[in-house]
Design a protein around this ligand. Structure first.
Ligand code: UDP
Length: 323
């Protein structure tokens, strides 16, 4: 099979490319190397079933040829990371909205199956049922107002979902939506704010580990290998078409405990310090107190069970940064 991965030089896209190559597929990657890196696909380039196009997904002529050539599309290209979103909102909105528009329009032109990478950000800042239940695919969403810049990313991804579902319902385009919950692993950069690579990097050089807020907020982290496994299985399932799936690991940890765990696992002498949110990201930032996936739907369809627990996830990041 010929498979197109947009954003295939990024953290998630490059792991996906590795797995698809290992399965014997021919892989085409388009990446503008904005947050992706050529280093992530260095090894793949030795494989004659791997093809890299360095260009933007907004280049219609290039994209048209790639979509036409391929049987399936994984749309992973996006502006990601809270830091990037806070600092460069125009780029975030334009890449995420116009990029997905382009992919869906061309996938529809050539009738190609497409998996859209969405995000748990779309849920916004509440847990379901007054903060008690994990988030299921149909849980309500709550965003801060448009002056709260953080939600630009969530809204752009939500619009992508609306458009993908509209193409499915109106034009019968085979689309699948995967909502990813805090994916972590080797190759993830600390540059755009993600918490685990940040904590690990600081711990390894005995510099202060900075917890934003009071650290009582919690997250559920998922290992990259569990995510790519789920994405490939979803793409292969006819019943997944036209549906949204949470892809995550429900194991939860508070950020305060995460900092302690990273410190312990690295044997670091780092101090753990606390920084108010306004100082970390400025006034347009709001955090969500808890974000945990309900993965019943994914389990039901593909028997998904995350294989790597939190300690395994942290270990893989430590090993990556040490090497
Ligand atoms: N965070 C932190 N220190 C950092 C980076 C992030 O305390 O250096 C916190 C952040 O405020 C949030 C959590 O860690 O509560 C997860 O942040 P991340 O940006 O990784 O993901 P997201 O907020 O999208 O879940």
């Amino acid at each position: 099979m010929k498979v197109l991965i947009t954003g295939g030089s990024g953290f998630i896209g490059s792991h996906l490319a590795d797995n698809l190559l290992a399965l014997g597929e021919e892989v085409f990657v388009i990446d503008d190397l904005s947050t992706g890196s050529i280093k992530n696909v260095e090894k793949s380039q030795d494989n004659d079933r791997f093809h890299l196009v360095v260009d933007t997904i907004l280049n219609e002529a290039v994209m048209n040829e790639l979509v036409f050539k391929c049987d399936q599309i994984y749309h992973m290209a996006a502006a990601v990371g809270v830091k990037l979103i806070m600092n460069r909102p125009v780029e975030t909105l334009e890449t995420n909205v116009k990029g997905t528009e382009m992919i869906l329009m061309l996938a529809n032109r050539h009738k190609r199956k497409v998996l859209i990478a969405s995000s748990s950000e779309v849920y916004g800042k509440i847990m379901d049922g007054e903060n008690t239940r994990p988030l299921s695919e149909e849980s309500d969403r709550l965003m801060g107002f448009t002056t709260k810049r953080r939600w630009a990313y969530a809204c752009s991804k939500a619009l992508d979902e609306f458009l993908a579902l509209a193409y499915f319902e109106e034009k019968k385009l085979p689309v699948i939506i995967a909502r990813l919950f805090n994916t972590v692993g080797p190759r993830q950069t600390a540059q755009y704010g993600m918490v685990i690579p940040n904590f690990v990097q600081k711990a390894l050089i005995d510099k202060p580990i900075t917890v934003f807020g009071d650290g009582s907020q919690s997250r559920s982290f998922t290992h990259i290998a569990d995510v790519t496994y789920a994405l490939i299985r979803l793409m292969g399932e006819t019943k997944a078409v036209g549906q949204i799936f949470n892809v995550g690991n429900p194991e939860e940890v508070t950020i305060k405990d995460l900092a302690k765990l990273v410190k312990e696992m690295t044997g670091s002498a780092s101090e753990i310090e606390y920084l108010p949110y306004e100082k970390a990201y400025g006034p347009g930032y709001e955090d969500m107190h808890r974000r945990c996936p309900d993965i019943t739907r994914l389990k039901g369809l593909i028997g998904f069970k995350p294989r790597t627990d939190l300690k395994g996830i942290i270990r893989s990041v430590i090993d990556y940064y040490k090497s």
